[in-house]
Structure formats: C-alpha cells, structure tokens
Write a protein that binds this ligand. Structure first.
Ligand code: SF4
Ligand code: MSK
Length: 657
C-alpha cells in the first residue's frame, strides 16, 4: 500500500532523454514499476538553485549568507563588502581545496599502506611491480644501483611523504614537469609545496576577511590543484601500480550483463584499490566458493563500479557494471547480493534502493559511514576480515533471494588497461620504448592531437550522451582520445574500446590504430589516474618536436558531464599545467566578470592553459579541435596535416577516375 502510494508520487521520467545507457534505462523503467526513486527522479523534481549555480552567493560568515545578482553582478556586494569576483573565486577555491583533499587523502592512504608493507607490518599485500619501483625511484633521484627493492621502497616512501607534509620547497614529482612549464610555475609562484600546506592555506585564504583579490586567490587555487595532480593523485597512481601491478591491455567486459543470475554477485564501488584487491582474494578463496555452492550458487561473481571498478578493470580485467549514474540502477536488478563501498561518489540514496531490493550494502572506510547502513571496517592489517564478511553475507542473501530478478542482458567487450608505460611500449616496441612514434604521427598529421576526455556522469544531462558524442566527433577528426573514470565506462558501453572501433576514426588515426592494433580510445583507469595523462604530456614534451612546455602541445581536455569537486580540482590542475580544458553541464561562475575573464582568457596569457565551457558535445569538439589546430599552427606543423588531407583527396580523385 505504502509502495503504491509512492509509485503514484514518483515523477515519470522521459527515460529516452535521461540516459543513453540501455541497461540503466531498463532499470529505470523497472524502478518506476516498483515505485523506487533514484537520483534521476530527484534531479527531475529538484531544480538547481540558480544563484548557487552561478556561484553568486556566499555563506562564509553569519553576517550573510549574501546573495548577489548574476544579471547585475557589480550592482551589489556582500555585507562585508565582498565583490562578485571575491565571492566566486573563494567558492571556486573551496571546490579545488575539497577535490584536492579527496585525491590527496586517497594517495596518502596508499602511501600509508606502502609504508606498512615495506616495513613488514602488513603481510597481506606485497610489492608486485619492482620495475616500476625502480623507474619511479630513478626519476626522482633515488639511488637504485645495487640496492634491494626494500631499500629503494623505504627511501621512496620517505621522499613521497614530502608530497603531503613538505612545508617549504618543491614536491618530488616537480622533477617530472617539463622545464619550461616549471619555469612558468616558478615565475608565478605556484610550484606546490606539500598538499597539506597548500590546502590549509587555501582554506585560510578563503575565510571571511582574508584574501579578497580574485587573482591572488586563483594563484593559490593553481598551487593547490597542482599539489593534487602532480602530488597526491600521482602518488596514488604510482604507489598503486607498484603494489598491485602496472596495467597492461586486457580484454574485459562492461555493463550490467556482467551480473550473473545463478552466482553470488558482489559489487565493489568507490575509489581505493586496497579494498577491491582484498575482495579479489576473498572471492577466490576455495572455502568461500564452496560455501556459495552449498547455498545453490554456481560461484561468486565479482564486479566493479565507478572508479575503483575502473582501476580493477584496467589492472585485472575485472568486469565493470557501470558508472556513477548507474550505481542505484544496478541494485534495481535485484541480483546484487552485496555492495561494498569505500570513499567518494557514494550516493546516500543507495541505502534506500538497497533496502527496497534486499541488497546488503556495507560501508567499509572510517571516513565514510552512511546513516542506516551497516559498517564493516576495512583494516589493512587484516583486510580479509572485512571482505570475507561481505562475501559471507552475500552468500546468505543469495540463498534467501525472494524478489524477481531482472538483469539487462547487455555486455560490451573491449580492451582496457593502458598505462603511460604501456603506451610507450606499444608505440615504440620493446627494444625502443618511446613516445617518438606518437610525436612523429602528430607531426606528420596522421594524428591531429590528443584529447583527455574524463570525469563523471550527471543526472542533469542525458547519461553518457555528451561523452559519447564528443569522443566520436574527436576521433572522426583524427584526435586520439585518452580516458579515465566514468567517461571511460560510458565509451566502453558504447563499443568504442575495440580495435574495430577504429573504423569510426578519421583516415589518419585509423591508419595508426590499425597498424598498432589499438582502439582509437585508450582507457587509463580511475580519477586519480588522470596523473597518467600528465605524465604522458610531460613525455611528449621530453621526446621533442612538439614545443618546450605542456602549453605548447596540440592537446586538450574535457569533463563533459562532471559533477564533483574533484573534477574541478582535476580541471584546474590541467589548466595550470598548460592544457585547454572544457567542462560541460554548467560552470560555477557568472560570465562577464573579471574572475571569469581570468579563468577563460587571462591564465593562457600568463603561460598556463585555459578553461572553456559548453554543454553541447559538438561545440565542445569544435572548440577542442580549434585549439589543437591553433597549437599545430604555432608549432609550424599545420602544413603537414594539410598534406595528409591532400593525399587523401588525391587518392579519392584517383579512385573516382
Ligand atoms: Fe556575506 Fe561577506 Fe559573510 Fe560572505 S563573508 S557571507 S559576503 S558578509
Ligand atoms: S568516480 S569523481 S563520478 S569520474 Fe571517480 Fe566517476 Fe566522477 Fe566519481
């Protein structure tokens, strides 16, 4: 009765316009039949606050909150006198601080684990990739000759700890930054110190009555964001690779059809790989497999979601069920016996949907509890206690499944698991690993440029659609696309992660893909793995022929369906590193203000990259390609591309004749 009432109250979605993910659409139709509400329904009924969307309000003290008028931004100031530029810059800065804190805290957890593994306190994990350990040590000046992995690892730990705690001076991975880019940072005083210091200073400066010049606030935004990209996020990626293995290409499936009706289904969703790695051991434990069989299941099926899913997809080929906006939808299948979550992008709404379908939902990280959700603490010193317990509870739920199950029978096979190291090898071969072939193909015009298309999905736009349309437009124009996070999953579901998808690319990119046997879209992992894109950019500069700084490269970035503060931090570290970065959905700023002009024009004049915004994927592609072409022109390689195009035209003429 209660449920029926709810069903009547539930807003009816125009599902075709809500998502382009067929599996999610099928589940939304089921949700409406079942009277179950999701974030899509809430977004349809909760109009975004227009003042907040423009970032024209401030609640930094109790003389306010103060609301300014976006239509007349200089017509009013806050009670303290704060102008629209101060208010917007402070709000933007706090998004950067929060996003950077999320990534750097994730990186710090990985580093804590690394320390405990190296000093022998944790035996459940070990160093898997000693080659990478050696490479990272060498790059940041740690002696490697004649030393044991343990000796190098301990030095590496102490060196990387500075990424967080360093009070003065440059963080260790600043050594990876191209000299000219670093010069720009030094000139403007934005080379990051430890992330703790940068985030603390940014929070201080944005307190009421401290930094009230948008340019000065933006400077600290850049410094803090860089402490994320070249600091906390990079540490998270590198340490995870050293501990769990550097990804190499692997064929794997994505989409909700990865669930199996006759097996115990366990999903891990969140961001930190240590929980997932331990779960991988648990689901392969013979006694737990036997327990599942005793309960009538054929086995235990482990599936990932969101970013920890993307990381395990890349590293181990674990199937991935869907991105951020599918995490409630998958529970509607009724087939999920347990979902374990750790940190970031965990919707509180999961609790209600899990309850409706009898799914066991568990929080596991001390940083993330959810009211009404059972918490099983994940302890790195005894990781299996948590993950075994989740599996045991999943088995009980399987045995007692009562509700009908409906699994969308959609699976998309693709090749995932590209890393900066593998791109090196793939293009250069094992004896001459190098980015030279990539640079050569950019210089000769077969590849027009490289675009990073990353980030979330957001119920304010049709799920996956902006990602997919944008990427198709880019590859059609010979732009090689690299991806992470939820965007990677959107494209994998759309079938672009197969080498055969090269037929969707322009002639030049297609030729390169066919020669190498790679898809036109390369997935690099989770949100923190955006640092792999930074390293790739640095390597393109180092190899030569494409300018002296990252800002010279014919590259661009986009987060077409972003939603989180982490995305803003990522966007800003790419901009501060020299990359033109376009966001979709909405941008938290009033157009025409001085702060807007600084972000969208002024930063480029200072030698950084610049921000761009449009919700339209075709316009976004046009803007990114125009930027790439402008960079090609500045490098004097625009003519080579014209020649490639002329060659094709002549070929067509010949064919016609
Ligand atoms: Fe208003 Fe100034 Fe207080 Fe912000 S800091 S709420 S603008 S008085
Ligand atoms: S999970 S931050 S929704 S990419 Fe990293 Fe996806 Fe965005 Fe979360």
């Amino acid at each position: 009765m209660e449920k029926e009432k709810k069903k009547d109250e539930l807003v009816q979605l125009n599902i075709k316009e809500t998502t382009m993910c067929d599996a999610t659409a099928q589940m939304l139709r089921k949700a409406e039949k079942d009277g179950v509400e999701t974030a899509f329904h809430r977004a349809a009924t909760m109009k975004a606050c227009p003042i907040g969307a423009d970032s024209a309000c401030c609640k930094h003290c109790s003389m306010g909150p103060c609301r300014l008028n976006a239509k007349d931004p200089y017509g009013k100031v806050g009670v303290c006198g704060a102008t629209i530029d101060t208010i917007q810059a402070r709000n933007f800065a706090r998004m950067v601080a929060s996003g950077a804190a999320a990534h750097t805290d994730h990186g710090m957890s990985m580093l804590d684990l690394f320390r405990e593994v190296v000093n022998g306190h944790i035996k459940e994990y070990r160093i898997k990739d000693t080659i990478k350990l050696e490479e990272v040590c060498r790059e940041i000046g740690i002696e490697v000759e004649g030393r044991t992995p343990e000796e190098m690892a301990m030095d590496l730990y102490h060196e990387l700890e500075r990424t967080y705690t360093q009070v003065e001076g440059e963080i260790p991975f600043a050594k990876r930054v191209p000299e000219k880019t670093l010069e720009t940072w030094r000139k403007h005083g934005v080379v990051p110190r430890g992330a703790m210091r940068e985030i603390m200073e940014l929070m201080h400066r944005t307190h009421m009555g401290v930094d009230q010049h948008y340019e000065n606030i933006t400077k600290q935004c850049s410094r803090t964001a860089l402490s994320d990209g070249w600091g906390g996020s990079m540490v998270a990626t590198e340490i995870s690779d050293i501990l769990f293995g550097t990804p190499v290409p692997v064929r794997a499936e994505v989409n909700m059809g990865c669930l199996k009706e006759d097996e115990v289904n366990v999903i891990i969703h969140g961001h930190e790989p240590n929980l997932f790695e331990s779960m991988l051991d648990s689901v392969n434990d013979p006694s737990l497999i036997q327990a599942a069989k005793d309960a009538g299941a054929k086995g235990i099926n482990l599936v990932g979601m969101c970013c920890s899913g993307a990381e395990m997809l890349s590293r181990h080929g674990i199937p991935h069920a869907g991105n951020f906006m599918s995490t409630e939808a998958i529970l509607i299948t009724g087939a999920v016996d347990a979902m374990g979550v750790d940190v970031q992008c965990i919707k509180q709404g999961l609790a209600k949907v899990a309850e409706c379908y009898g799914t066991n939902l568990f929080t596991t990280n001390p940083r993330c509890h959810i009211e009404g959700v059972e918490h099983i603490q994940f302890e790195e010193h005894a990781p299996r206690e948590c993950t075994d317990a989740i599996v045991e509870r999943a088995i009980v739920r399987f045995k007692n499944r009562k509700l009908p199950i409906e699994i969308p029978q959609i699976r998309n096979l693709g090749v995932h698991g590209f890393s900066h190291e593998y791109i090196n090898y793939m293009l250069g071969g094992s004896f001459r690993s190098s980015y030279t072939p990539l640079n050569d193909n950019i210089i000769n015009g077969r590849i027009r440029g490289v675009a990073g298309v990353v980030g979330c999905t957001n119920p304010r736009v049709k799920q996956d659609w902006v990602h997919v349309e944008l990427v198709k437009e880019l590859i059609k124009r010979d732009v090689l696309v690299v991806q992470t996070g939820c965007s990677q999953i959107a494209l994998a579901k759309a079938g672009l992660y197969t080498p055969e998808a090269a037929h969707l690319a322009g002639a030049g990119l297609r030729e390169v893909c066919e020669t190498v046997g790679m898809p036109p879209v390369l997935g690099l992992g989770s949100c923190v793995d955006n640092s792999r894109i930074l390293i790739a950019c640095a390597e393109m500069v180092r190899v030569g022929g494409l300018g002296e700084s990252i800002a010279d490269l014919p590259v661009a970035g986009a987060a077409p369906e972003w939603m989180s503060e982490k995305a803003i931090s990522i966007g800003h570290y790419f901009v501060a590193s020299g990359v033109y970065t376009v966001f979709g959905v909405t941008f938290p700023i009033v157009e025409g203000t001085k702060f807007h002009k600084l972000l969208f024009e002024g930063l480029a004049d200072m030698g950084f990259g610049t921000w761009g915004f449009t919700p339209d994927p075709y316009e976004m592609a046009r803007m990114m390609v125009a930027h790439i072409d402008a960079k090609r022109k500045a490098l004097g390689i625009d003519k080579s591309r014209e020649r490639v195009l002329m060659d094709m035209a002549s070929r067509r003429d010949l064919e016609a004749a």
